[in-house]
Design a binder for this molecule. Sequence first.
Ligand SMILES: Cc1cc2nc3c(=O)[nH]c(=O)nc-3n(C[C@H](O)[C@H](O)[C@H](O)COP(=O)(O)OP(=O)(O)OC[C@H]3O[C@@H](n4cnc5c(N)ncnc54)[C@H](O)[C@@H]3O)c2cc1C
Length: 459
Amino acid sequence: MALVDIIGDRWVEQGEDIGERYRVDIMEKYSASPGWLAKPESTEQVSAIMRAASEAGVPVTVIGGQSGTSGGAIPSDGGLALSLERMNQIVEIDTLSMMMTVEAGCILQLAQEAAEGEGAFLPVDLGARGSAMIGGVIGTNAGGNRVVRWGMMRDMVIGLEAVLADGTVVSSLTKMLKDNAGYHWKHLLVGSEGTLGIVTKAVLRLRPLPTTKQTALVAAKSFEDMITVMRRLERDLSGQLSSFELMWDDFYAAMTDAQLDQRPCPMPTGYGIYALVEAMGGSEALDTELFTGALTTLMEEGLVDDAVIAQSARERDALWAVREDLLPGIGKLKPFVSYDVSMAIADMPSFVTAARDALEKAYPGVTMLFYGHAGDGNLHATVSIGKLDETIKNGFNDAVFGAVRDVGGSISAEPGIGMDRMPWLSWTRSESELALMRSIKQAIDPAGILNPGKLLPAA
Ligand SMILES: Cc1cc2nc3c(=O)[nH]c(=O)nc-3n(C[C@H](O)[C@H](O)[C@H](O)COP(=O)(O)OP(=O)(O)OC[C@H]3O[C@@H](n4cnc5c(N)ncnc54)[C@H](O)[C@@H]3O)c2cc1C
């Protein structure tokens, strides 16, 4: 392929010279030997590369920050790995329209900070903010901690520019919120894991930057009480509730115990269920009172059993650490398998019970920790029996995905299907849905060169 002619030899690597970051996924489950790595600097270069790849029939995998955990950004052996890391510019921040135009290789956290520098707010936020790129966040329709209020990446993508398999550039970098002129192809690309097109730029919806933040850890007797607490806070905080992170009691106990070297346990273990609650607003004078008042009422009514409200940024970070500083607690369970599945919020307890029963039956003594983003029905599970091979992993998958299927949920709420979950896609997608997905793929990428072997299993 004429890659060097298109982008210059400095930005092309071949074979063994290609760095590990582009060949091995962060879970170190998958690795590959791509033929080339290319780092273009413009949409025109991406287009020329795709024309050349298409003519040569070379498979192309676009790589973002490699923070996805399903092997979606692992290139094909002998294929082309495409990194947009040089396409990392903030093109424009328009604070009147409340939109930012950004290149796909920009790191999420840098986009957030650029928006904040202009008094605006890009609400999508996840633990991998320091490495995930805008293109990867769009490619996986990432959600994160604030979906309960502002929605997921799909809700923030207003305009999009992408390069198709044959090099065609499709561009609709619009800032219009409402546009009913025909099909919205952007929605096909959001969450398509690099299998339908390469996102090169996006227009993202911003919000006015909140100036206050209230954070609390709360405990309740039961899941039902805790969801009632969430609904009440959605109403009683006048729309300010921005995070509601659920933690089952065993997850809370395991995390706080493992973190004791670094910080004291903020609240006793032994309650039924815990949640990390955050509200963001704009009035120093009113917001603290509103938040404290709402939690006090919920305690008086017996819905909340205990609450710790952060009094400083340091205390807020310590509360968030219970949920986000996973390494000390979950690291101890290595080797483990992590799940991020979704379902109707009301179905979460029956899913957890069914998954626990199925796992315990197949693997007596298994450790299972459940936690997740309540707002979008997105639940994490970490499962460990102290050893791991393909048979055990498949057994875990059958138990967890079987319980998901039984409540009509989805086997992936986070990093997509990639390679990891492809064999189970049909468990929560019907034959007719899979056939429609295949028709779309065939229409847009007839030669199948965009990220082959990911997402869609062969018919
Ligand atoms: C600590 C941690 C916390 C996380 N928390 C969350 C969370 O709360 N919510 C959540 O949803 N996810 C979460 N994730 C998963 C992951 O961070 C997201 O899926 C993220 O959006 C992936 O971005 P990335 O740039 O790393 O993409 P990569 O992992 O590099 O790629 C992911 C997929 O997107 C495709 N892709 C990459 N760039 C483009 C592009 N320009 N155009 C088209 N397709 C592209 C790739 O081909 C691949 O299929 C978390 C991961 C970690 C490690």
